[in-house]
Design a protein around this ligand. Structure first.
Ligand SMILES: [Zn+2]
Length: 337
């Protein structure tokens, strides 16, 4: 028998349906909540990273008296509403044609291109529009969802979510710390997980993420679309320092590695910019606790050289007093590159 793509799809769907691991993590229909049984070593931060939800949401859904969970407990990790919301297709904004309307006028009013209006309204003849006729426009953020739009160094943020200080991370200036809801959840979840493993850790400082609506933020080129965050490193000895130059003596490889690894394991990280010298400290620490070179290769630029474009953890000038993390584009993010 020749293997055709369809066979692969049939085989894969059989695998997904018959594999209990998948079945357990998949709501069957819209009215389902998503449940998960807590495993040894789990904490709410880890679970939040895995399912892409907020810790506070899980606390609410499960009416937890405190943000703690025991292995064996069955948790709601996505409420009915959340499951429904994720399945919903974006709703268009309906513009009703007025006297004198043209595609150009509508394009200016809603800040979308004429080409897009044409694509969304193939049946409408721009030269023969009727008064009252409906024009459909898909405008990011109009449905209230948080969207990263465009490039990190030429983008915007719709319905940005303010990152507030949480145990483990102190926000320097909330007005400059807006990200997509997803990105803020990812940062908070990793901070939570870190505090579970290192309860005595001093807070690191969250510097700039983006402005509420994104766009240019001096002095950065990026930080425009709610996917970039500057955060100070952990200092050895649980000393709280904020941004300051770190070296081999002061850099806490144990906690910094734990934090980075938590994010990298979530699959949501595009880059973490770390000074090359500090990468070496991290790399050597990771090796000392049993990671092989083959495991570390896709993660680190080190030891390939600071100008070689490889790895998630990369050198970029000015990252010896803080690291810069860029998260990958989310499902809702438009024109995201
Ligand atoms: Zn930065």
């Amino acid at each position: 028998m020749r293997i055709k793509p369809l066979h692969i799809i049939v085989f894969l769907s059989f695998f997904i349906v018959s594999n209990p691991a998948f079945a357990e993590n998949k709501p069957q229909n819209e009215s389902d909540v998503l449940r998960y049984t807590v495993e040894p070593g789990d904490n709410l931060g880890k679970i939040a990273l895995r399912f892409g939800v907020g810790i506070n949401q899980m606390v609410q859904w499960n009416r937890l008296a405190e943000p703690k969970v025991e292995p064996g407990t069955e948790l709601i990790v996505k409420s009915k509403e959340k499951v429904k919301e994720e399945k919903k297709k974006p709703l268009p904004v309906i513009h009703r044609v007025k006297r004198g309307d043209t595609f150009e006028k509508i394009s200016k009013k809603y800040k979308v291109s004429i080409q897009k209006i044409k694509r969304w309204n193939r049946r409408v003849n721009p030269r023969k529009m009727q008064i009252g006729q409906q024009i459909r426009l898909y405008i990011p953020g109009r449905d209230g969802k948080s969207v990263s739009w465009g490039k990190a160094n030429g983008g915007r943020l719709y319905n940005g979510d303010a990152m507030e200080s949480v145990p483990g991370m102190r926000v320097r200036n909330v007005a400059r710390a807006y990200g997509t809801k997803r990105v803020v959840n990812l940062i908070e979840a990793a901070a939570f997980d870190l505090k579970v493993h290192f309860p005595d850790a001093a807070d690191v400082e969250v510097g700039d993420i983006s402005y509420r609506s994104g766009g240019k933020m001096r002095p950065h080129k990026s930080h425009q679309s709610g996917r970039d965050a500057d955060i100070s490193y952990f200092h050895k000895g649980n000393i709280e320092t904020g941004f300051r130059d770190f070296d081999e003596e002061t850099f806490d490889a144990v906690k910094n590695w734990h934090l980075f690894k938590t994010w990298i394991d979530s699959g949501q990280v595009e880059y973490i910019f770390v000074d090359y010298r500090l990468q070496k400290v991290l790399y050597e620490y990771a090796k000392s606790i049993g990671y092989t070179e083959a495991q570390l290769d896709p993660i680190f630029q080190y030891p390939a050289g600071r100008r070689v474009a490889t790895g998630i953890i990369r050198h970029s000038k000015g990252h010896d007093d803080h690291f810069h993390i860029r998260f990958v584009c989310g499902e809702l993010d438009k024109n995201c590159r």
